[in-house]
Ligand binder design. Sequence first.
Ligand SMILES: [Zn+2]
Length: 174
Amino acid sequence: MKFIYCPICGEKLIDRDSWDEGPVPYCPVDDIMYFDTPKPCIVVAVMKGKEILLLKQNYTFKNSKVLVSGYVTNGESVEDTVHREVKEETGITVGDIKYLGSDYLASKEIIMLTFMARYVEGEIIKSPEVDWAEWGNIDDAMCEMSEDEIGKRVVRKLLKEIGYNGEKAYRCDI
Ligand SMILES: [Zn+2]
């Protein structure tokens, strides 16, 4: 986000040169530079045997299942975010977290950090912000995630990681 006014004191920001970045909006009152940075967000495919944890959140996609996702909060590592979001949204504890790369979402200025993780323990107890949460067969995941393009990319990477050598899981991936 490109700031014009200081979000702390309301002062109009001035340009200040940063070494490599060129002019950056700066608040002389608070002595803070406001770099035009994206918001970091995690998305994680949780595996339990051949099953994957899928959610429905009607406020995101009405007719599509999605993976667990959420914003990174100040004070935590992105691995902490993965643990916290899966726990908050589904009650599940995960481990063996593996980073699968990132995706930039221009429309929302979000940098999506993608992960896979393994189920450790817990029954599904969904949070109120989740409309539905269940284990689904990995073979059907991409068919059920029709609208979630980033989620499907994560599943594609996951299939490679687990050495999936069938074709069934890709049948809806056009
Ligand atoms: Zn300020």
